[in-house]
Unconditional design. Structure first.
Length: 57
């Protein structure tokens, strides 16, 4: 149990920061982080860059 509420908040913020960094995608074409995950025609997962329109799976 943390000694204070601030300790707990700092611990939770550290976990969120780590998770966001490890799952961030970027477009292989333009490098933008504006990427959407979409369902492909055959049920697979694809990605599309909302900045340049490039799509990949």
């Amino acid at each position: 149990m943390p000694a204070s509420i601030l300790e707990e908040v700092n611990h939770l913020l550290g976990a969120v920061s780590t998770r966001r960094t490890s799952t961030r995608l970027s477009c292989p074409s333009c490098g933008s982080a504006h990427v959407a995950q979409v369902l492909g025609d055959n049920g697979g997962i694809s990605f599309v860059c909302t900045a340049c329109g490039h799509s990949w799976s």
